[in-house]
Design a protein around this ligand. Structure first.
Ligand SMILES: *Cc1c(COP(=O)(O)O)cnc(C)c1O
Length: 373
């Protein structure tokens, strides 16, 4: 038997029913289920806009592109970001010709407000905040810093589907919130994502850019009267970034179970906590945060040995993440974020998915306590 870090659970029959509707109708592309999913997502989050994409990576890229276009940012203007994230976050900054400036992380492994303040220069335009593992960290302080310094705020909410802060879905104050529905995230499809702009003008521009710069989507066109449906305008050299109805079908079903699934993830986390009884250092969840619990992260001084020992027992944890300044394209910032660097050598993400039982958690916890230092 082996216990993987992530094993997604799909409501197979319901997903197939939704997909069947697409196939029977003959509509698998943009529009139809994508529109339905966007509406449901707005209802669920309370965010003003939602546009369904083929990944969160393109969402982060679009958030930066559109803010750069609309706010007149220059190449090499600075975006404050975290070194402890999936590279997608920071690559998105490079795609747009902007410069990632790394600030250190706090005890939640999220951006540390004090270091963000230290890293602001005359060229800083925005802060990109990542809610690691579904944690909100000190997001409210970061939002306040952005407001004081007239910086834009982008929330990489790839881990945060279903996270609440003081009972609300966070992100209403952010200029853009980007969710991932990639294969192993809390709301898994296969690959897709959602971008939620605060400003409806940005959402409208985004819809054009995700379909080659064309100013109307096929669904709207097919409902138009007249013989000139084909005569749309192309306003921008846009991209092929929009989502499709097959992914949206899976998303619509998975969304119905998101809160229930996340509640079980929090149950798993509390079983880990109980088993460890403070004998293993785990990353705390911020006050007021009801975390989606995408991850359960612990620290160990013998991390690499511990990983190997757990593998020997059939347990396959992960590491989220390696300090990005160790990668060649970000190495200019190596050594600028001491806590990230140190933590990156010590963290392990323990298995966290809906097929785990209390017995599994107890088994994993026992092995962790046996082999960790
Ligand atoms: C998964 C992930 C992304 C990218 O999501 P995709 O939908 O796979 O493009 C971005 N940021 C973080 C923190 C992630 O974990």
């Amino acid at each position: 038997m082996s216990i993987q870090l992530f094993t997604p659970t799909f409501r197979i029959e319901e997903c197939l029913d939704e997909i069947r509707e697409c196939l029977e109708k003959g509509w698998t592309g943009l529009g139809y289920k994508t529109t339905a999913f966007e509406e449901k997502w707005k209802e669920y989050t309370g965010l003003t806009n939602a546009h369904f994409l083929n990944s969160a990576t393109v969402g982060l890229s679009l958030a930066l592109k559109i803010l750069k276009m609309e706010c007149g940012w220059q190449d090499q203007d600075e975006i404050i970001t975290t070194p402890l994230t999936f590279v997608s976050t920071n690559h998105a900054i490079l795609y747009e010709g902007l410069r990632p400036v790394f600030a250190d992380v706090d005890q939640y492994l999220c951006l540390d407000p004090e270091d963000v303040r230290n890293k602001i220069t005359a060229k800083t335009k925005a802060v990109l905040f990542v809610g690691i593992g579904g944690n909100t960290g000190q997001y409210e302080q970061i939002a306040a810093i952005c407001k004081q310094n007239q910086l834009k705020l982008i929330l990489d909410a790839a881990h945060m589907a279903g996270t609440r802060l003081h009972g609300q879905i966070p992100g209403k104050e952010a200029d853009a919130v980007v969710y991932s529905f990639q294969a192993v995230k809390n709301l898994p499809t296969a690959d897709s994502g959602m971008i939620c702009f605060k400003d409806t003008k940005h959402d409208e521009l985004c819809r054009k850019l995700t379909w080659l710069g064309i100013n109307k989507d096929t669904f709207a066109r097919s409902n138009d009267k007249g013989a000139y449906k084909w005569k749309y305008d192309v306003e921008y050299v846009g991209y092929k970034y929009h989502g499709n109805s097959i992914m949206a079908s899976i998303g619509l079903v998975q969304l119905k179970y998101l809160d229930q699934d996340n509640a079980y993830r929090r149950q798993l986390a509390s079983w880990y906590d109980q088993a460890f009884q403070g004998r293993v250092a785990s990353i705390p969840v911020a006050d007021g945060c009801e975390s989606s619990r995408h991850l359960y992260i612990i620290e160990a001084s013998n991390r690499n040995e511990l990983l190997l020992a757990l593998n020997e027992c059939g347990i396959y944890p992960g590491v989220h993440y390696r300090d990005n300044t160790e990668y060649r394209m970000y190495s200019y910032a190596h050594g600028t974020c001491k806590n990230s660097h140190r933590t990156s050598e010590r963290i392990i993400s323990l298995p966290m998915h809906l097929r785990l039982s209390k017995q599994d958690v107890d088994f994993i916890a026992e092995k962790v306590m046996t082999y960790s230092k």
